[in-house]
Design a protein around this ligand. Structure first.
Ligand code: HEM
Length: 386
């Protein structure tokens, strides 16, 4: 249940807010230097601040504390959209609208157990469509393309993670575990197909200049919160951990999880926490006794397991070598913006982020590296069992 004010604000977010952002994006994009946004469309920015400011002031007064989790989470998303749009339009963070928006976001985030900003769930897995239209920042076709495919990609990973979770009580030798491993592989192959379609359909410049800027790091209250990215759901890490390609005791990987927890909805946080203490499928196959290794189920199950690892590695290769390279690295280099501090959603300079993402890529593809604990040798041992 939501209050009439919450509903009116939601309507504004779905209509006026999108119109204003779209008009600003057209103006930025029409310039020679498309990354310059200050002093462009000041009239529109004033409308954005005044109109959203009135809703936020009233909402703060209303005190939205007792409307249930979903309503609170949705409202946090809407306030978060305003904060993110103001960051994108480089509006002074000391403006009273932003101060009130921060106060409301912190109240909501703290009571819900999530970060006080919009997270990717608000745009992807928990973004309700009304008559076919879900919430976006702009009317631009490329934003919709990006979100359609991101949402499909996330659900592909979620399907794979659910199949793997179902294998836990069954064990690696159960006949139905073979079916579940095949389900996981197919779901990951669908992520790959989906990413290929995104790669082909998304316009590089539109994405770079008019879509990504809404995902920047920004301040809420005293603290800076990294931007949302399509990875802020438990499923991807559930796959990493259950396959055994990444491990919770690896400080690089556990840091990544620690940083990510509050960007996920609480039910996702629980799933991930539970997974961190499970034995991975890789370890279960490595620990099989000689008697098990000689049984008829072993080789087909192991083959199916290795095919899931291969498919997961392929999604990582593609994300790194295609999506990041084409849509971030190349345009940043082409337009000589690589050194800009706000080039990445998480904040660090691009080359540092790319090196960190390379590690993740190497873990997921079980690449031969001796400086980080990839499972290259273990995968070779398992292949030797076939
Ligand atoms: C994270 C780029 C699409 C899944 C990231 C990051 C970047 C990025 C730069 C690191 C965020 C940061 O810290 O700054 C892109 C680009 C895409 C794209 C340019 C397309 C144009 C997708 C899609 C998925 C996805 C479709 C599938 C669900 C992830 C995941 C992470 C992530 C899981 C978190 C890190 C990880 O666990 O791998 N992405 N991404 N991305 N993205 Fe994407």
């Amino acid at each position: 249940m939501s209050t009439p004010l919450v509903n009116d604000f939601d309507h504004w977010i779905r209509t006026r807010f999108v119109d204003i952002n779209t008009e600003l994006e057209h103006r930025y994009f029409a310039q020679q230097r498309r990354e310059e946004v200050s002093h462009v469309g000041d009239d529109l920015k004033t409308s954005l601040l005044e109109e959203s400011g009135e809703f936020i002031r009233l909402l703060l007064g209303e005190g939205n504390t007792d409307e249930g989790f979903d309503s609170g989470f949705d409202l946090l998303g809407n306030v978060g959209f305003v904060l993110a749009a103001c960051r994108r339009h480089e509006i002074d963070e000391h403006h009273s609208t932003l101060k009130n928006a921060s106060a409301l976001a912190m109240q909501l985030g703290a009571s819900l157990g999530v970060v006080p900003r919009f997270a990717s769930a608000h745009l992807e897995t928990h973004n309700r469509a009304i008559n076919g239209k879900y919430k976006t920042f702009t009317h631009l076709e490329d934003e919709k393309t990006f979100l359609d495919y991101n949402t499909r990609g996330v659900f592909g990973f979620v399907r794979a993670s659910e199949a793997l979770l179902h294998t836990l009580p069954l064990g690696i030798s159960h006949p139905v575990t073979l079916d579940l491993l095949n389900v996981a592989r197919v779901a990951l192959q669908q992520v790959v197909e989906n990413n290929t379609a995104l790669f082909n359909e998304l316009d590089v410049d539109r994405f770079f200049y008019n879509v990504r800027p809404y995902y920047k790091t920004h301040k809420v209250g005293r603290h800076e919160y990294r931007g949302a990215n399509a990875g802020d759901f438990a499923g991807i890490n559930v796959i990493d951990l259950l396959l055994g390609l990444c491990r919770g005791d690896d400080p690089y990987y556990s840091q990544l999880l620690v940083d990510k927890f509050l960007f996920m909805r609480p039910e996702e946080q629980l799933i991930l926490r539970d997974c961190m203490r499970r034995t991975s499928l890789m370890d279960a196959f490595l620990n099989a006794t000689e008697e098990e290794r000689n049984a008829s189920w072993f080789k087909p199950h192991l083959q199916a397991f290795l095919a899931v690892c291969e498919a997961h590695g392929e999604t990582a290769r593609q994300h790194h070598e295609q999506l990041i390279s084409r849509f971030i690295e190349s345009p940043a280099a082409k337009y000589e913006l690589t050194k800009r501090q706000d080039m990445t959603a998480s904040g660090p300079p691009l080359e540092i982020l790319l090196a960190a993402l390379q590690k993740l890529h190497d873990l997921r593809t079980a690449a031969p590296r001796d400086d980080i604990p990839t499972r290259y040798n273990d995968v070779q041992t398992l292949k030797g069992f076939l």
